[in-house]
Ligand binder design. Structure first.
Ligand code: URA
Length: 437
């Protein structure tokens, strides 16, 4: 088989045979096909698409590129949650201890920030000492004994995705439904879980912004999950404005702790509760979503979910006593207020631009290898539907980099569209897919 011919076939819109897809993934992972040919193939897939059968073969070939975790000797239902990526999305930090406190086993392999979106590992590592560096054996042991473990992607699992994602990131081929599906589902199926709840973000700050395309992605994720024997629920949630009020790693940990104490912002709690409830239902711990929400609310009210978070921090190397004083650790050199130029109602907030601004402030990576500043970020004081008077603080940005302060201030100001028209906060839960009951 020749890579040239396979690229040309997809470029012309023809379907691949399973052997062709397996050949491209295997030989690329082994270093036998150069980056420029795989980039051309990815671009051909981006424009011509894949049938669901081709995507399933892609998923299988990507899984076969590395090691699979076997969790079959761990008792109980094992379930994970994965988000397609958003701004201010700290749901995992709240959901993991909350659902584990309900007695569900959660083997969770999380990622770092990608582009304008934040990553769970970066957020957790803003807790001094917290480690996500686990061997697969230690990961299995912690899931078995403690009920939840959050670790980073191991180098031996789905190496094809690691190499392919790096190319997609620099060749503008991230926003392809079959490629996103292949990337996410190969990693999740290789984890050895029984069930998966997916949070497909839609709107300005999502990788796939359009509602129709988000639904297409959600359906494909559910179909692929079913094909591989996974129980899957996909919840399409809003990303037209950041989730919660904090963007930036340390601030997001603090906001997550507030949620576990019962003081979380409404939009963040709504999404967290919906996803957590779907997990409880799949795991057989509740009859339906409303019953699951009752259980979850109790776990917050009694402090059990918060206790599980402190225990998780401790077991993963952090000092739980430090959590409540995270914000009084060393402050950012610059903390700058952005104020409203006129009165009115906030109509929209571009979460993509807020995400890229927070990266520039130091909360994310501009290039691979950049070091993250855990203190950097943006605190939103107003969101869509809020009334403001001239001079009110809209947001505060935190950074150690003096050179970016003025530009950040201006871009945050540009993001706030304020006028006299009525506006309401967006509907958070757009759709739930995969519930056949
Ligand atoms: N998250 C992933 O893991 N892969 C993608 O392709 C997009 C988001």
């Amino acid at each position: 088989m020749l890579p040239y011919e396979i690229i040309e076939k997809k470029q012309q819109g023809d379907r691949h045979s399973p052997e062709e897809i397996r050949f491209m993934v295997k030989e690329f992972t082994a270093g036998n096909i150069p980056d420029y040919q795989i980039s051309a193939w990815l671009m051909a897939i981006y424009f011509q698409g894949f049938s669901i059968e081709e995507t399933a073969v892609l998923v299988e070939a990507m899984i076969e590129s590395g090691e699979r975790i076997d969790l079959s000797d761990i008792s109980g239902y094992k379930i994970d949650k994965h988000s397609t990526g958003g701004v201010g999305d700290k749901v995992t930090l709240i959901l993991a201890p909350l659902v584990a406190a309900a007695g569900v086993k959660i083997p969770m392999i999380s990622g770092r920030g990608l582009g304008h979106t934040g990553g769970t590992l970066d957020k957790l590592e803003s807790i001094p000492g917290f480690t996500t560096d686990y061997s697969i054996d230690d990961f299995r042991r912690q899931v078995d004994e403690f009920g939840v473990c959050i670790m980073g992607q191991s180098a031996t699992m789905v190496p094809a995705d690691k190499k392919m994602y790096a190319l997609r990131d620099v060749t503008a081929t991230v926003r392809s439904i079959p490629l996103i599906c292949g990337s996410i589902m190969s990693k999740k199926i290789a984890e050895g879980i029984d069930g998966l709840v997916l949070d497909v973000k839609t709107g300005r700050g999502a990788f796939i912004a359009e509602e129709e395309k988000s639904r297409e992605l959600a359906n494909q994720l559910a179909d692929i999950g079913k094909e591989f024997g996974l129980d899957v629920r996909v919840v399409i949630t809003d990303m037209n404005q950041p989730l919660g009020n904090q963007i930036g790693n340390r601030n997001e940990v603090v906001e997550s702790v507030e949620c576990l104490k019962g003081n979380g912002p409404a939009d963040l709690m709504e999404v967290t509760m919906e996803l957590s409830a779907e997990m409880l239902v799949l795991a057989g711990k509740a009859e339906d979503v409303p019953a699951a929400k009752t259980v979850l609310n109790e776990l917050i009210e009694t402090g059990e979910a918060l206790e599980k978070f402190y225990d998780l921090v401790e077991i993963q190397g952090g000092d739980p006593k430090i959590i409540d004083s995270l914000l009084s650790l060393e402050p950012s050199k610059f903390s700058v207020e952005v104020t409203a130029p006129a009165e009115g109602i906030v109509q929209s907030l571009d979460s993509y631009q807020l995400g890229t601004t927070s990266v520039k402030l130091g909360a994310g990576r501009m290039q691979m290898g950049d070091v993250i500043d855990p203190k950097a970020g943006i605190s939103l004081e107003r969101k869509i539907g809020d009334r403001v008077n001239a001079g009110d603080v809209l947001a505060v940005c935190y950074t150690d980099k003096e050179s970016v302060v003025e530009e950040a201030k201006q871009s945050i100001l540009d993001v706030f569209e304020i006028d006299d028209a009525d506006a309401s906060p967006p509907t958070m839960i757009h759709e739930v897919i995969g519930d056949e009951t």
